[in-house]
Design a protein around this ligand. Structure first.
Ligand code: KG4
Ligand code: ZN
Length: 338
């Protein structure tokens, strides 16, 4: 049953308590996501201690729900996979402890999964035809990286953000402009009502011949422009400002991704992570990939943001290679390596 494995995935690295069952690393049998967005909305961002408490309250019910949706019994699965890095340590620990207990009780293998690798594998759930080698742009609330995958299980970071992640910049700008929470969808909604180019914001690092990003300067430039216009007594059109901020961020992400693909000579490009749900990013990358003759794959929006199906999918290759984790598996908040 190694190739047709039934893997239970568990994800609690941030503010979503999620469980899913995936067959053979590709077929989703259930995908349950309990979002804490309404809880954290009051605070304008994720409060780590509150996230951990909510995971504790929700985890057993969410896992049970995943089995019910898949019409399976606990004993039917072949392995338990859990996100154990990177993320909020208290939040991660809830999933890791639950997964360890379940694996021990069921006498099934345990697999520890890197959350960012999980985001990349969301692509394989919907596009089993994806071929290596490839370049993937991973854009989430905590990370922005260009990753080269020569083959299954091999991850080389070509470049990363030096400061804020793309999602973090969306969230901070949304909060500053009073657009709401979570910031990405709020800025995207506002930008749809505005026009880019009315205001001018920098395309940071676009002229640099590497694959590094920096979004903290763009965020500050957006805030400074807003403050200056206000100080000068000018009317600020928040929709135009949101559109220009999004366009500046998207242009850098897209052009760096295209040059990374050219640099590595690959034909396939993947998009992954919560910010990959952004329609402006998807559309622009689709257009540029077409122009360059590259094959682009993006997960559906629901598989871009945090979920456990991507964790179960990612664990499949470690399961088949018997790279199982010991019951001493721990949570690691930082990212030592991808
Ligand atoms: O991958 P994810 O769900 O969690 C992390 O691993 O961080 O990503 C969450 C991030 C948040 O910063 C959120 O604002 C952003 O993804 N996001 C978006 C959109 N949907 C979610 N950013 C831009 N446009 C969106 N439509
Ligand atoms: Zn994520």
């Amino acid at each position: 049953m190694l190739n047709d494995s039934l893997i239970l995935g568990i994800e609690t690295s941030c503010d979503e308590t999620a469980a899913a069952i995936v067959r053979g690393g590709r077929q989703i049998l259930s995908n349950v996501i309990n979002s804490q967005v309404v809880v954290h909305k009051k605070f304008g961002g994720v409060v780590p201690e509150v996230a951990s408490r909510k995971h504790i309250e929700n985890i057993a019910r969410v896992v049970e729900h995943a089995f019910r949706d898949a019409s399976l019994e606990y004993g039917d699965i072949d392995a338990v996979a859990v996100t154990n890095r990177p993320g909020l340590v208290g939040a991660l620990l809830v999933g890791v402890s639950f997964a360890k207990g379940l694996a021990y009780a069921l006498d099934k293998p345990l697999l520890g999964v890197n959350h960012l690798q999980g985001h990349i594998y969301a692509n394989f759930l919907e596009h089993p035809e994806v071929e290596f080698p490839l370049v993937c742009l991973v854009v989430s609330g905590g990370h922005t990286s260009l990753v080269y995958m020569r083959e299954e299980g091999s991850f080389e970071i070509m470049g990363e953000t030096r400061d804020d992640a793309a999602g973090e910049a969306f969230d901070k700008v949304a909060r500053f402009l009073g657009l709401g929470y979570p910031g990405g969808p709020a800025v995207e909604g506002a930008a749809r009502l505005g026009e880019e180019g009315i205001y001018h914001l920098p395309r940071v690092f676009l002229d640099k011949d590497d694959f590094e990003f920096s979004f903290s300067g763009l965020k500050t430039a957006t805030m400074n422009l807003w403050n200056k216009l206000k100080r000068d007594g000018k009317q600020v059109e928040v929709h135009h400002l949101a559109a220009e901020f999004q366009a500046a961020l998207v242009e850098v992400l897209v052009e760096k991704t295209i040059s990374a693909a050219r640099h590595k000579g690959v034909e396939t490009v993947l998009l992954a992570g919560g910010v990959a749900a952004n329609r402006a990013l998807r559309a622009r990358l689709e257009g540029r990939a077409r122009e360059e003759g590259l094959l682009l794959y993006c997960p559906s929006p629901v598989l871009c943001t945090d979920n456990a199906a991507m964790i179960a999918a990612c664990a499949h290759s470690d399961y088949t290679r018997r790279r199982w984790a010991p019951l001493t598996l721990n949570a690691h908040p930082g990212l030592s390596s991808l």
